[in-house]
Design a binder for this molecule. Structure first.
Ligand SMILES: Cc1cc2nc3c(=O)[nH]c(=O)nc-3n(C[C@H](O)[C@H](O)[C@H](O)COP(=O)(O)OP(=O)(O)OC[C@H]3O[C@@H](n4cnc5c(N)ncnc54)[C@H](O)[C@@H]3O)c2cc1C
Length: 411
């Protein structure tokens, strides 16, 4: 085929990796990388960690140096929002402009959910600009931060704010932090750690609304009527896939962009990263993974599979995308790492390796579905034993064998 154009929509982790993979695989046609944000592609995990704490300035979050980006020979369109997709004609609309393409990769990620009536003083945290806006009030000493939500984002921000010496109240309906991600048993260890670090945890409490004063958000009102006030409020209640621009395209947009096992949403149209939902061949159900490692791996897979569809004689066969899901979270001085599928297991086997200091938990856990380990988790455990547990999930062994490996993790 003649080298035409591939458009990658979304210039972040998944989109940039897809563009790089297209070049690495030998695509010598045009690549348009379109991103709504004005910034060069940057990494999000440091936003709730090093950027918020002030340890890093924004330029350290850049995903690639300017000369590496130049080397990709991209038609890089920053500050440009895709507004529509004509699937049959493979035409991407950019407002009044349009790009006719041979292939399209959708990598538009997710947007933070907000509470109704958020006014100045209330924050969300998804973008670099969000992180800098939240960092501003935390730059003054002795502030009080109210965090709504006990997911990864809420607890990471609570940890950073405590380390900066601020008062923190965290409100969430769940009984323990990160319950949905890691389950109740391991979540209880995190609750103890955050309490030991001085976070006031108001778990099992729902927020009914925000409290305003002179046009600013000053706190939250609980379902029972109690008001919790502070100098700033972080609303960390999850996200919504960025698919508005695809309305009317005919794609399956029930939860992100529905794809097949090759990450294809339609002929010549692929999706990757937080926005993509696909039937995971090993997990046996549709998943949409909002984690950093997946953005990279799926960006590469979508790029390879798109090329294989466009020119199989040159780029080979398509392959199903079947990663071992992975995420990490940094809180205080410990790291939480999880592999595989931790959702709704039949059993969780948690081993506390050192319970002496609740502020610095050290634990490992395996999650069983049927007769094998479907997930593994470590908290405050070094890389080598953590990697050993990953193997039990990547190459599932009988449960007894997996439990023996868990027992062998050094205390
Ligand atoms: C604060 C924070 C901390 C995190 N920490 C961790 C962590 O510790 N560990 C971990 O595993 N994961 C973490 N994550 C998750 C991880 O960052 C994401 O999984 C990853 O960024 C997903 O990459 P993506 O490219 O799919 O989507 P995104 O990074 O969301 O990028 C999508 C891009 O598309 C753009 N876009 C949207 N709509 C359009 C449009 N119509 N036209 C053009 N562009 C558009 C957006 O502006 C955005 O720049 C964190 C996320 C956040 C926000």
């Amino acid at each position: 085929m003649s080298a035409g154009r591939i458009a990658v929509i979304g210039a972040s982790a998944a989109g940039l990796t897809a563009a790089e993979q297209l070049r690495r695989s030998g695509w010598d046609g045009e690549i348009a990388l379109v991103g709504a944000e004005p910034h060069l592609p940057y990494d999000r995990p440091p936003l709730s960690k090093q950027v918020l704490s002030g340890a890093w300035e924004p330029d350290r979050t850049g995903l690639r140096a300017a000369d590496a980006l130049d080397g990709l020979d991209l038609d890089l369109r920053l500050g440009t929002r895709a507004t529509g997709l004509d699937v049959a004609d493979r035409r991407v609309l950019l407002g009044a402009d349009a790009l006719d393409c041979d292939g399209v990769i959708i990598a538009t990620g997710v947007a933070a959910r907000a509470l109704p009536e958020q006014s100045p003083g209330a924050h969300v945290l998804r973008t670099l600009d969000d992180a800098l806006a939240l960092r501003a009030p935390l730059a003054f000493p002795g502030r009080r931060l109210v965090v709504v939500g006990a997911g990864v984002l809420g607890v990471e921000v609570a940890a950073v704010a405590r380390e900066l010496g601020h008062e923190v109240v965290l409100v969430a309906p769940e009984p323990v932090p990160m319950e949905r991600a890691i389950g109740a048993e391991a979540g209880a260890l995190l609750a103890a750690a955050h309490r030991a670090h001085g976070v006031e945890l108001r778990l099992g409490e729902s927020v009914a609304g925000l409290v305003h004063d002179e046009g600013r958000t000053r706190g939250v009102r609980l379902a029972g009527g109690e008001e919790i006030t502070g100098d700033a409020v972080l609303v960390a209640i999850g996200s919504t896939p960025s698919v508005d621009w695809l309305a009317g395209s005919g794609l399956d947009l029930a939860d992100g962009v529905g794809c097949d096992e090759f990450c294809a949403a339609a002929p010549g149209v692929y999706a990757a990263g937080d926005v993509a939902r696909w039937p995971h061949p090993v997990l046996g159900r549709p998943v949409r993974v909002e984690h950093r490692m997946n953005a990279t791996e799926q960006g590469m897979a979508a790029a390879r599979n798109l090329l294989a569809e466009l020119a199989p004689e040159r780029f080979g066969e398509r392959s199903p995308f079947a990663p071992v899901p992975y995420f990490w979270s940094d809180q205080y001085r410990f790291k939480v790492q999880a592999f595989g599928d931790l959702a709704e297991p039949d059993e969780v086997r948690l081993r506390v390796l050192d319970g002496a200091d609740p502020a610095a938990p050290k634990a490992a856990a395996l999650y069983r579905r049927g007769s094998t380990a479907c997930g593994a988790l470590t908290i405050g455990v070094p890389p080598k034993p953590t990697r050993a547990l990953r193997t039990l999930v990547a190459d599932p062994r009988p449960w007894d064998e997996a439990v023996a490996a868990l027992e062998a993790v050094p205390a």
